[in-house]
Design a protein around this ligand. Sequence first.
Ligand code: SAH
Ligand code: SF4
Length: 345
Amino acid sequence: MTAPYDIKAYDRSSLESVLAESGQPLFRARQLLRWIWQRRATSFDGMTDLPSTLRAALAQRHVLFWPALVAREVSSDGTRKYLWRLADGASVESVGIPTRGRLTVCFSTQVGCGMGCAFCATGRGGLVRNLDCGEMAAQVALVADDFPARVTNAVAMGQGEPFVNYDETIRALRILNDPDALGIGARHLTVSTSGVVPGIRRFATEPEQFTLAVSLHSAVQSTRDAIMPGLRTYPLSALHEALGDYIAKTGRRPTLEFALIDGVNDTPEETRALIAFCRGLLVHVNLIPVNPVDGTRLRRSRDATIEAMASALRAADVEVSVRAERGADINAACGQLRQRTPREA
Ligand code: SAH
Ligand code: SF4
């Protein structure tokens, strides 16, 4: 593999190995991280505390390109949605969600997504390409600058399936977590996966206390196969086992996301299956009324059905919450991020 061109695609440990190869001391990695992620340097020239020979060598081999803002929309609730253009012209979206002293950034991990979930706008155009860790962390840094505020939480819940792009996603979390970069606490960094079992197993072995969310959406195999066709390779039994092992190994409580679709996954049978799935697992269930997506006939469950499902779960001692919708008026809510060309923005 050729070395990544953009210097932002290096986390601390890969920067250290590159610097060591050219005989540089390790503290240069810290300096570089600070220039990039805290001062948003746009060229190597300005990195005045680095020796000029090193600056020249870096500039010869690397670029330092920040995604360009193509469009920005602000919701009536303060949520902001961004469309960025990347170095190769591809575009991705991110969302900034301010809540009482906190700022959460939802970032994308791929351009498009190959899983094809029936209720999700991102899946429509299929997978275009993976993002690298620098492209992921840059979304978070640029949203911080726009508010401007310190980002307290970041979630890999935008476009793409993070565990299909596992290594770069973990590197991005490391950059976001690094005190010389964004400095966001590991527990405040969350990955949402649609249920890619090998990824969940690897995630359990990472030394940092990152947080896991799994998009379940149905504990009935035939329903899940129908609405999440890309996940047929990982049946519910394997997902259940991986979650059990994850919880035993990490002692952390994952969230199960459940987008409620009228008449599809909100029936008494679905509720019973969900309760059975949660039995023996220390999880938190997040019920989310499905957000409307153009071109689908899927409608959100009725409020009374959502409440009934929440009470049935509570009665079975399952920890549950109903997610408040943010940014739906600007199509920034879950599942509403879609592939757009800059011209469409
Ligand atoms: N690919 C990952 C992360 C990105 S999707 C995943 O699927 O988990 C982020 C979240 O939005 C997931 O929980 C996903 O299931 C949910 N989602 C997708 N479309 C939705 C919609 N129309 N309404 C509500 N949630 C949706
Ligand atoms: Fe991909 Fe997640 Fe959308 Fe499914 S819900 S298509 S996995 S982004």
